[in-house]
Design a protein around this ligand. Structure first.
Ligand SMILES: [Zn+2]
Length: 184
């Protein structure tokens, strides 16, 4: 007899081996864990979002000056219109993403959701958390938090939630939760 899931040889009669059974029990326990401790969202702050396109503003101004100096008025207006539309689309898209992104801390696990993506990590599989803030995020009290799994990086197996509001306060709360969970 072999394990139905991993194919390992079974010593006793049964469908799955001990390690697959343990894995299954762990997953089921995580699935049943629905008690929320803390829920974080991604903040959409237009003031901050407008600071993110600095390089593009410079390119835009250079192109506009070049066009005006060549007396290309129609092209200048088109350039202006196109840039405005691009900016509105970018802001709209970021807002949509922000509304659909949450990071929820439960008793045993952390669930990151950025619809339609969903990632779950158990505290026991979490190695470390870090946070990053750029110059403007600092001004608006926003920050990005990375969750690093025991194996892999936050991009692989872990996740990152961007633009968490009241970052100083929330960072303290998260660290407290993770410390207590890790000690258990
Ligand atoms: Zn197995």
């Amino acid at each position: 007899m072999r394990c139905k899931i991993c194919g390992a040889k079974l010593r006793k009669e049964g469908d799955i081996c001990k390690s697959c059974y343990e894995e299954y029990c762990k997953e089921e326990a995580l699935e049943k864990d629905t008690k929320e401790i803390l829920k974080l969202g991604r903040k959409y702050l237009p003031k901050y979002q407008l600071t993110r396109y600095g390089d593009w503003y410079i390119i835009f101004v250079i192109i506009l000056i070049a066009l005006i100096s060549q007396k290309q008025i129609l092209l200048s207006i088109l350039c202006l219109l196109f840039s405005l539309i691009a900016l509105i689309v970018a802001l709209f898209w970021t807002k949509k993403r922000a509304v659909n992104t949450t990071c929820t801390f439960y008793e045993k696990k952390i669930v990151f959701q950025s619809k339609p993506k969903k990632k779950t990590i158990a505290y026991s599989d979490l190695k470390d958390i870090t946070y990053y803030q750029n110059f403007f995020q600092k001004i608006f009290h926003l920050g990005d938090i990375q969750f690093h799994p025991e194996s892999g990086t936050y991009l692989l197996g872990g996740f990152e939630i961007k633009d968490v509001p009241d970052i100083e306060e929330n960072w303290e709360k998260i660290q407290e939760i993770i410390q207590t969970k890790k000690e258990v």
